[in-house]
Design a protein around this ligand. Structure first.
Ligand code: NDP
Ligand code: 2IT
Length: 446
């Protein structure tokens, strides 16, 4: 970066957060795109907005003890990072995965601040999680873990303060157990979590929202560049919540999804993936994706995740996890003629991969914008809970659709305004930043 002030901020971030490469990666990407803003808006620099933005407001780390089915005590570590509350209560998911540590939760919380700002809804940014591994656990074990996790977390959250939701490893089942425990401990039935079941305050369309939203955003990006999903071959990584509903909507929009994956490997079928079978395996039976080929003779299964990016496709939708596309995979995608990458997962592309996208003039839909449909619909769930009403599927879906269109528009316009037309990553960072920055400046040095 040329800007000395931003370089100094980044140096401080590196020193203060040594050993947290994902957090430093997320901050670096944003600071690099804020150079033109810093030049145009010395008032924001003066107000110390960026110096404050790179430090979370609050970080909570706690012990999560629970008893497994054999009667043995297990101990996990729980996290909640309340990153920024300038424009609304902290809002963001809970990730349950053995790789979770404070650096992962901080990078996700940082990204969430900008993403939530882009939704146009009044939500600050936060993220939580645990190094608990839900794989292979019984329902009883999952419940006891979730109850113990919430026993501590409930001291720090609330419908007007901090509203968690799902993320990797946290779906409707986990949210249900957490909500039940919150209600029992606090004796309050409030919208303290989103992604709830439909019988107790959940919103229609929330399950589908991230994947559908990703396709709504991508459709806008493609249309702005004279393209569409119609007749395109699509590769979707992951086979969880985001991947499944991205596949559903992309197919509805006329594309053919030819590959999906999990953390063990990927399935490939040039005839198109049978999504009902994937739903049954992943949502109902909680089995591995390799089981798919047993009943699908034209499909192949390959061990290892990275190979999925060697399958020739037109559009890639990474929907699994951070840094799943590196420079090498991006180069293979480009060589095979892939012309668009749009991110369902958070930070799925390494900085090297992003360089490859730009060098090859590929369309790039950055996570903060492209996957904001999930949290946007969480925001709509909060509104319904406050009103004590529930809206129809069509109503919520229509609102989600128009939010995603608006998000694309603001990324596109901000990129143009700051001289980086077509760079939706810069556009998302700048548009997301400006709203939060104005609010932080207006509220003084807090
Ligand atoms: P799920 O737990 O439902 O699914 C995650 C999928 O990704 C699974 O197929 C999983 O495979 C795979 N995966 C997870 N970790 C890894 C890994 N380290 N390497 C390879 N594959 C992996 O999570 P979601 O679908 O909810 O989340 C997917 C991504 O989307 C995450 O980056 C999340 O932060 C992001 N996101 C989620 C939103 C939501 O509303 N749920 C909203 C916005 C973004 P396996 O089953 O083998 O673990
Ligand atoms: O990364 C994300 O935006 C989410 N996991 C969803 C957060 C939410 O509060 O719905």
């Amino acid at each position: 970066m040329k800007n000395q002030y931003l370089n100094d901020v980044l140096e401080t971030v590196k020193k203060r957060n040594a050993g947290e490469p994902e957090f430093i990666q997320a901050v670096t990407e944003v600071l690099e795109t804020l150079e033109p803003v810093v030049e145009k808006r010395p008032d924001l620099v003066e107000a110390g907005v960026i110096d404050r933005l790179v430090e979370p407001e609050r970080q909570i780390i706690f012990r999560v003890p629970w008893v497994d089915d054999s009667g043995k005590v297990q101990v996990n570590r729980g996290f909640r990072v309340q990153y920024n509350s300038a424009i609304g209560p902290y809002k963001g998911g809970i990730r349950l995965h053995p790789s979770v540590y404070i650096g992962i939760i901080k990078f996700l919380g940082f990204e969430q601040v900008f993403k939530n700002s882009l939704t146009t809804l009044p939500m600050g940014g936060g993220k939580g999680g645990s190094d608990f591994d839900p794989k292979g656990k019984s329902d009883g074990e999952i419940m006891r873990f979730c109850q113990s996790f919430m026993t501590e977390l409930c001291k720090h959250i609330g419908a007007d303060c901090d509203v968690p939701a799902g993320d990797i490893g946290t779906g409707a089942r986990e949210i249900g157990y957490m909500f039940g425990q919150y209600k029992r401990l606090r004796n309050e039935f409030t919208g303290v979590l989103t992604g709830k079941g439909l019988t107790y305050g959940g919103s229609l369309t929330r399950t589908e929202a991230t994947g559908y939203g990703l396709c709504y955003f991508t459709k806008e990006m493609l249309a702005a560049n004279g393209k569409s999903f119609e007749g395109q071959k699509v590769v979707v990584s992951g086979s969880g919540n985001v991947a499944i509903y991205a596949t559903e909507k992309a197919t509805e929009m006329g594309a053919k999804v030819i590959a999906m994956s999990d953390s063990n490997g990927y399935i490939h079928d040039e005839n198109g993936i049978d999504l009902a079978a994937v739903k049954q395996l992943k949502e109902v039976e909680r089995k591995r994706i390799k089981e798919y080929v047993k009943d699908h003779p034209t499909a192949t299964y390959t061990e290892g995740c990275k190979g999925i990016w060697t399958i020739p496709c037109d559009i890639a939708l990474p929907c699994a996890t951070q840094n799943e596309i590196d420079g090498e995979s991006a180069a293979i995608l480009a060589k095979n003629g892939c012309f668009a990458v749009s991110e369902g997962a958070n930070m799925p592309s390494t900085p090297e991969a992003i360089e490859v996208y730009f060098a090859n003039n590929m369309l790039y839909g950055p996570a903060k914008a492209a996957n904001a449909g999930g949290v946007a619909t969480s925001g709509l769930e909060m509104s319904q809970n406050s009103q004590r009403l529930s809206w129809t599927f069509e109503e919520v879906d229509a609102k989600l659709h128009s939010i995603m269109k608006e998000i694309f528009k603001s990324c596109d316009e901000a990129a143009k305004q700051y001289g980086m037309e077509g760079n939706y990553m810069a556009g998302a960072n700048i548009a997301g930043f400006l709203k939060v920055a104005e609010a932080m400046k207006a509220q003084g040095c807090v």
